[in-house]
Structures are given as structure tokens and as C-alpha cells.
Design a binder for this molecule. Sequence first.
Ligand code: MG
Ligand code: MG
Length: 266
Amino acid sequence: MIEYKSEKEIELIRESSLLVAKTLGQVAKVIRPGIKTIELDALAEEFIRDQGAVPGFKGYQGFTGSLCISPNDQVVHGIPGDRELKDGDIVSIDCGVLKNGFYGDSAYTFAIGEIDSATRRLLHVTYECLHLGIEKAVEGNTLGDISFAIQSHAEKAGYGVVRELVGHGLGRNLHEPPEVPNFGRKGKGMKLRSGLVIAIEPMINLGKRFIVQENDGWTIRTSDLKPSAHYEHTIAVGKESADILSSFSYIIESLKSNNNNVLIIN
Ligand code: MG
Ligand code: MG
């Protein structure tokens, strides 16, 4: 059953989502070639706990990290560890927090140093997919309108759209109904109305859409080993336009003074 949120509940989800945004902003300050993904995870966990919140992913179905860190061919759910990021990598970093009983959830794909032009285009198009989806998150539209906007933009660019993993409702739980697929048909699916809070998160592959799960039981990667990009915002459906509850502005500010990163969006 879908739980529509009151205005007060949406403000609490905004608070959690902004803490996610600030956490990713902290990560963006220090991300560079040579840093281990576990170091980014430790920094994020400390920052989240310092703000009186709890990392949303840590312990979730046994996940060990506070962040999901997924470089290159990894799509999502990468486990932080001893892997060092290197020049030319892209890396999806996904963060969730629980504060005041409500979750926030957002992800951003960083470019470490200089990345090749094909991968750069993948990041641009995936970011555009996220915003095209968000534009459709308006009362009177359907879930399928969001899905179709994302899928059609990605496929026009020649990319594979991951089917097995989807966006989701969230609130008192990290994952709630409805599922928000990144593929679908215009006008299909449930009608959107105010009070619906969802995470929209296109996962777009440079090559084919197919994925496999690694033996660690978590990491999802592309089956053709080509790169995959992932951006995610938590949003509330609005009457005129969607209300984006998370934010990339902290990331962008941090990246402006981080010389080890390519600023992909602004
Ligand atoms: Mg996420
Ligand atoms: Mg999510």
C-alpha cells in the first residue's frame, strides 16, 4: 500500500535528504585518485553520525557500508573496501540516511581526473535522464510517464537501460511502494498525486542493458564490463512541478575546489 506523506512528513524527508546531500558534498571534497573507497565510507559515516543521524544502508540486509560505491562497470551496490580509485575512473556513490524516523536517498556519479569522451557523454545523458524523469513527477501524470521519459532519452543516445533495479517510494522505510522503473510506457501505471515521495534513479549502461551480480552477494555490474552511470534524487510529486528534496549543490561546490575531479554538471 502506498503511504502518501503529509507536508510535515515531507519536511522531515527533506531534512534527511539534505543531510545525504551534505554527506556527498563532504565526499566530493576529498575524492581523488589513490583514495580507498573504505576511506570515503568512513568519512561519510562519521559525518552522518555527527549530525545525530544514522547511515541508512549500514546493516540493511547485512550491507557493511554507509555508502554504496560502484566504480566503472559496477552499476550499484558496490561494497566499500580497499580498492583505490584511479585517474579515468567514474564512480557512483549512493548514500542514505535515517533521521527523525525518515530516510533520504541520493546518488551521484563522480568523474576522477580525466575521463574519456564516451564516458563523459554517458554521465551527461544519465544526468539528463534523471531530470527528464523528475519533470514528469507532477500530479495528473502517471508513473509510466516518468519511466518513459528516462528510457526514451537513454535509448535515443544508444545506451542500455537497467531493468532489474528500479527507483522506489521512501519515507519511514528506505524502500516502499511504488517501484519506479527506468523503462515504461507513457500514460501507464498509477496516477501521481501530491504526497507521493519517491527516489528516481536512472541506471544507464554505455553498452547493453544486461547486468550480473558478483559473488559478494551485492555488487551489480554490467555483463559486458562497459561503464554504467547512476544519479538519484529523492523528490515529492507536486501540483505544478516536483519538489526535489535532495540536492547536488553541495557536491558541485566541493568539486569546484577539488582539482582531481571533472565537474560534469552545474
Ligand atoms: Mg540510493
Ligand atoms: Mg534509491
